[in-house]
Design a protein around this ligand. Sequence first.
Ligand SMILES: CC(=O)/C=C/C=C(C)/C=C/C1=C(C)CCCC1(C)C
Ligand SMILES: CC(/C=C/C=O)=C\C=C\C=O
Ligand SMILES: [Fe+2]
Length: 561
Amino acid sequence: MDSLSLSGVCRHHFSLDFHHSNHGNDGVFLGNKVGFTRKQERGGLAIAGVASPLRPPVIVPSLEEEQTVGRRDRNHHTAWTSVRQERWEGELAVQGEIPLWLKGTYLRNGPGLWHIEDYNFRHLFDGYATLVKLHFEDGRLIAGHRQIESEAYKAARKNKRICFREFSEVPKYENFMAYVGDIAKLFSGASLTDNANTGVVKLGDGRVVCLTETQKGSLVIDPGSLDTLGRFEYSDSLGGLIHSAHPIVTDAEFLTLLPDLVNPGYLVVRMEPGSNERKVIGRVNCRAGPAPGWVHSFPVTEHYVVVPEMPLRYCAQNLLRAEPTPLYKFEWHPESKAFLHVMCKASGKIVASVEVPLFVTFHFINAYEEEDEDGRVTAIIADCCEHNADTTILDRLRLQNLRSFKGKDDVLPDARVGRFTIPLDGSPYGKLEAALEPNEHGRGMDMCSINPANLGKKYRYAYACGAKRPCHFPNTLTKLDLEKKVAKNWHDEGAVPSEPFFVARPGATEEDDGVVISLISEKNGSGYALLLDGSTFEEIARAKLPYGLPYGLHGCWVPKE
Ligand SMILES: CC(=O)/C=C/C=C(C)/C=C/C1=C(C)CCCC1(C)C
Ligand SMILES: CC(/C=C/C=O)=C\C=C\C=O
Ligand SMILES: [Fe+2]
């Protein structure tokens, strides 16, 4: 029996006793309209609080949910243990001060459930999506989480087995004919997952969409209730099955890349707010290799889209396999070299296509145009979390590896802020070097954010996860000053922080005037939401969650109008 208590700790007179017992209950919303003024006992759950406009519904697990979600993979670090129940929502007691200007909802998506029945998934990226929200208003914080109701997740729960192709998992076939049938469905996309477990974006028209690398895994959600509202259907006829998991989204547009696995290349496409129709800006043909490079993300400047062609390329054969290969659906092709292409957003023309040193990255941080004294653009600078051209990070993200850390082995591969310089004078080569000494951030580097006002522009600060070694996974939050080439690091022993997300203070004029939000998973089953000051990088507030949440990937901010 798990038990925990937040009674009496909340300065807003809301308290919640949570006794996880064997007594089932019906898992319904409790008290979203009427506040509780005295303790109420219900099926092993006790709730006490007062009515308030901010008072959220409190959602408790049913016995059935506990069994379905199960705890097959328990006893590991909280970060790598499946979320303990379908959903929860409640107000958190805050230590410190949440700035009163912070009004809105931080949403974070990620793979939070890594088993079905007795079967444990292999890879971090296989998990069914868990959406987390932190709603800030009047110095108060309401948190919640909920599983995203993708077809893949619903089918797995119903049939008690994986039914769609995930990042590394493939449904088990009863016989050869079933396998052949599934391969046929692969070409139409029918057997691919729609498990939207990578990120979440707010479109210019206000719709909030969870995303992954398959196009069908674009699901619209309600940022308040975390309900899954349905699939985001692209109404164009561009086809294709996959896209970049990280579109560039602003109030004015949605830009993304569609890799073409048949004629190796990428379509650069743009969608207007209010529309579901993507329009082609232009096409980049690959310079080499049997297939396009993996494009998990890409950067833009004010006038250009940078299309990376990484030597870690999609592999059609690996897509068809029932068992994963060491690089999953990808293959490392150093002989095919690495390239960056620069496309003009307005015309779709390619203004540069340069060979660069081999690189491995999931995440570009930002890019901008470098000008000479006369204001002529001479080069593009593009920064990314670069894994020293080493693909072993993909293997390090296998759950078995994440769960086997004993505290001493220093096995996190080195990474750095890789800074590309792409000349625009027709030279055939671009440069790649570390933007700052990697020891500044413990040679760990991933999961980055910037002040969104600086997207595509010259910028100074980035926030990311770094390393305090020995470690096997990034375990610090780091503020990178790319001008002074120094980093300031935050660390909590044994804790795994997720992507630090920067929210600017309305009216700010300094780039780092704002807060940084992260969710921390602790090793003992607990966890908390953390707020750091964007400028000093010191803690300003934290709020303990009723139980720790698994690691999550990417977030977005939905401001309260
Ligand atoms: C969570 C994350 O960052 C990445 C998830 C990637 C996924 C789900 C990739 C899925 C794929 C398939 C199911 C087949 C086609 C290739 C590929 C896009 C890798
Ligand atoms: C969590 C991660 C890499 C960490 C290594 O340093 C990569 C996540 C990629 C997908 O979003
Ligand atoms: Fe990502």
